[in-house]
Design a binder for this molecule. Structure first.
Ligand code: FAD
Length: 391
């Protein structure tokens, strides 16, 4: 038997295959020994602890979905659990993996040709190549399906990219960035694998961020960036293909939201048993128990939802609206949970050293990225009513 988390109240993890549980315990041990001790300092300094990368990439976390990189039979539910375990220790480190494994490898896995997949997926899996995903722009966030201003113009056997991107995770130090741009030929959104050393490409770190401070987000400027046709994602023909990548990653963000809530919850339980007021541990006061009980309810309901949405991916029946509902629900439940847990710590809930302040701040970014709650609700609303209400 494997040690399950006390915060996994209904023991969902025990439903995983034995080899999957073994890998999760290995990941959890790595995160608790190598990552947890350093994250608050790096968060404070807004720097990424790059020394953890070799150990992180040695875990069974990257490339489980793709033939070129999978090392055995790992389910989508298992992949979800890895996102949960990562975020339970730090949501920024989970976001690094979400970008590398989900958005960058996902773009190439979903929309790359066999040659592109063979060339890039193994290097991204090991971390030899760091990837980023550039969709959002300074003037286009929620409306990126129709509002992209970055252009791709065909010039012989090359494409010339011009425009700007904002918020791009890992992009201050990525080797390649997937750039989504509108073709001036057919007006459709296409994806390009852009080596960041290409002339005309610049990335500048977004400073003074108050959430996910460990993740490095960048503003990107593209000025006559020339990439060969062989770097165009061969199966990305419209925004529909971009959306196929986002469907995969939104479900993973839902799992990461549960992990973020669990991180705050476990810190709150620990604190409540040690902190004394009115002559006894605050954990023995009824209203504090209520904070913890409501938190565990949110966490348990979210794990159930996430488990099912990943099973649907394994069964090949997951649709955009399924992932969107999971993302919208789990991030909303997370947002309430981290606030309840912060409350349980009183004043210490806003001090970094007690961890909850970091989870509380980071939750705000998870709530808004990969489609805000409103946008994911509109995707679900379209499925319910048959009417798109975006514009
Ligand atoms: P806006 O689109 O300006 O929205 C502002 C508000 O208006 C929101 O509440 C939104 O829900 C609401 N709104 C907009 N339109 C409607 C409507 N039709 N109906 C109802 N409400 C509406 N992007 C990438 O491409 N790559 C990345 O790696 C990446 N990483 C990120 C990391 C972080 C930490 C953050 C904060 C963002 C990241 N993003 C990334 C961008 C992210 O996906 C966008 O922030 C998100 O899509 C929202 O866009 P926006 O911030 O421009 O907000």
């Amino acid at each position: 038997t494997f040690p399950t988390l006390a915060s996994d109240f209904y023991a969902f993890e025990s439903q995983l295959a034995e080899h999957e549980q073994r890998e999760l315990v290995r990941l959890r041990t790595f995160l608790e020994t190598e990552v947890k001790p350093v994250v608050n300092d790096y968060w404070d300094r807004a720097e990424f602890p790059r020394q953890i990368l070799p150990g992180l990439h040695a875990q069974q976390v990257f490339g489980n979905l793709w033939e070129e990189t999978k090392a055995g039979d790992f389910s989508a539910v298992y992949s979800g659990w890895t996102a949960l375990e990562l975020a339970r220790v730090d949501a920024s480190v989970a976001t690094y993996v979400g970008v590398q494994n989900g958005l960058a490898m996902g773009s190439i896995g979903v929309a790359g040709s066999p040659e592109q997949r063979a060339e890039w997926l193994p290097k991204l899996k090991t971390g030899e190549v760091i990837g980023a995903f550039g969709l959002t722009e300074p003037l286009s966030g929620s409306d990126s399906a129709q509002g992209l201003r970055t252009t791709a113009t065909r010039d012989g056997d090359h494409w010339v990219l011009n425009g700007a991107k904002r918020w791009i995770g890992n992009a201050t130090w990525s080797d390649i960035t997937i750039i989504w741009a509108k073709s001036t030929e057919d007006g459709q959104v296409k994806g390009f694998i852009v080596p960041t050393s290409t002339p005309g490409y610049t990335a500048t770190k977004i400073e003074r961020k108050q959430a996910l401070r460990i993740v490095q987000n960048a503003d990107i400027v593209l000025e006559d960036v020339r990439v060969p046709e062989s770097h165009r994602l061969q199966n990305a023909n419209s925004f529909r293909d971009t959306a196929a990548v986002l469907r995969l990653t939104r479900a993973e963000v839902a799992w990461a939201a549960v992990g973020t809530a669990i991180g705050a919850y476990e810190a709150a339980v620990d604190y409540a048993t040690r902190r004394e007021q009115f002559g006894k541990p605050i954990a023995s006061h009824q209203l504090v128990q209520d904070l913890l009980s409501r938190s565990l309810g949110n966490i348990t309901a979210s794990i159930a939802l996430c488990t099912r949405v990943s099973q649907m991916l394994d069964q090949g029946v997951q649709r955009d609206e399924h992932a969107s509902l999971a993302k919208a629900f789990a991030t909303t439940a997370m947002r309430e949970t981290v606030a309840l847990c912060r409350e349980a710590l009183g004043g210490n809930g806003i001090v970094l050293d007690y961890d909850v302040a970091r989870f509380h701040a980071d939750a705000e970014a998870l709530y808004s990225y990969e489609g805000t709650r409103e946008m994911n609700s509109l995707i679900v609303g379209r499925a319910i009513t048959g009417v798109g209400a975006f514009v």
